[in-house]
Design a protein around this ligand. Structure first.
Ligand code: ZN
Ligand code: ZN
Length: 357
């Protein structure tokens, strides 16, 4: 009897506490914000990571809406250096992952489809104002990157003036705004070294995303650890060649059965032109099974799928998306989502998978 009374009192107290928390949720949230804001603003993940090569998906998605996947964007950390590969809508997640946009040393673009550049303007702006950079950031890409950077600079030119007028040149120095295009040519062998110094090498290689040309992937090597980013491509021997023996292959992927559902749906909805577009996209991307074949044949150690097409709106769709990929590649495979983070510590063979939000 005593025990039952005690249990009833505990339940009543818990309900009262929950009710009070609900009633005062506004002031309570402000109290919590005051506690965490300094820590968040002082944080810089670059200072906390072990020496090595790391990659985080700021955007694991594609042009399709997907709650877990913003447009294409990857942060790459090599030692204490921070780079961004592709600048889709996911660039807004860079801060959420604990990185400071102002410390981005360079941006690398794979090609100029809108989903890969629609976050570039915001990234250039945030990189400028967040730490008062005084010089623009290099933006590497195949020929055509000059047009993209010039266009973004023009579109954001008015805001550049607004910011300086509002905060003052000492706070946001006008010269630090924006990017400088660094086009590179890929030779007939289909491969070029874009950046190389003591410990780090970043190479670009041509992939097959026809009719989009040029379109490239990247190979990043740092202190014995290595990552290949496929960029947008159908199954390509170039990706297999470049990925041979790497620790991590980050490969784009499109599920044909799921896209066929959209294609059929567009037909039934009386939208024949959209149906044609859904059909067209099948011919310049790779399926999860094809990415798995490349991973198997290149003997990579881990396969991370990104640029997920279409959006995976329902629970369980990750499994449907993978199809038979896990039967083809026997190593670990992950259907990427925003916040995924993979660390390759220097001087080891470890592959550590975590989430940053
Ligand atoms: Zn794309
Ligand atoms: Zn594309």
């Amino acid at each position: 009897m005593k025990l039952r009374k005690l249990a009833t009192s505990v339940v009543v107290l818990a309900l009262l506490a929950a009710a009070a928390a609900w009633v005062f949720r506004g002031p309570l949230s402000v109290m919590v914000a005051k506690r965490v804001v300094v820590g968040r603003l002082a944080a810089d993940a670059l200072n906390d990571l072990p020496d090595g090569l790391h990659i985080g998906l700021c955007g694991a998605g594609s042009p399709f809406p997907d709650d877990k996947r913003a447009g294409p964007c990857s942060v790459v950390v090599a030692g204490k250096r921070l780079f961004v590969f592709d600048a889709g809508g996911g660039t807004r997640n860079i801060g959420k992952m604990g990185f400071v946009q102002g410390r981005v040393e360079a941006i690398f673009l794979t090609h100029f489809h809108s989903d890969h550049i629609d976050g570039l303007g915001e990234l250039l702006l945030q990189r400028w104002v967040s730490t008062s950079n005084t010089v623009p950031v290099p933006v590497y890409g195949p020929p055509g990157v000059e047009q993209v950077v010039a266009g973004i600079m023009q579109a954001y030119g008015q805001d550049q003036h607004y910011r300086v007028a509002h905060h003052g040149n000492a706070t946001v120095t006008a010269s630090g705004f924006g990017g400088v295009a660094r086009p590179f040519q890929v030779g007939p062998e289909g491969h070029v070294v874009v950046l190389k110094d003591a410990d780090l090498e970043i190479d670009a290689f041509l992939v097959d995303h026809a009719p989009i040309h040029p379109a490239v992937g990247y190979r990043i090597a740092y202190k014995g650890r290595s990552i290949v980013l496929s960029g947008d491509t159908k199954k390509s021997p170039a990706v297999q060649r470049e990925a041979t023996g790497v620790d991590l292959l980050v490969h784009e992927a499109l599920s044909e059965p799921l896209v066929h559902i959209l294609e059929d749906g567009a037909g039934q909805a009386g939208r024949p032109k959209l149906k044609k577009i859904f059909n067209d996209i099948l011919n310049y991307h790779a399926t999860p099974e094809q990415a798995a074949e490349t991973a198997r044949d290149a003997k990579v150690r881990y396969l991370l799928l990104n640029h997920i097409v279409p959006g995976l709106a329902l629970p369980g769709m990750d499994q449907a998306f993978l199809g038979s990929a896990a039967d083809i590649f026997k190593g670990p495979i992950r259907v990427g989502q925003d916040g995924d983070f993979i660390s390759l510590p220097a001087g080891s063979t470890q592959i550590d998978v975590s989430r940053r939000f």
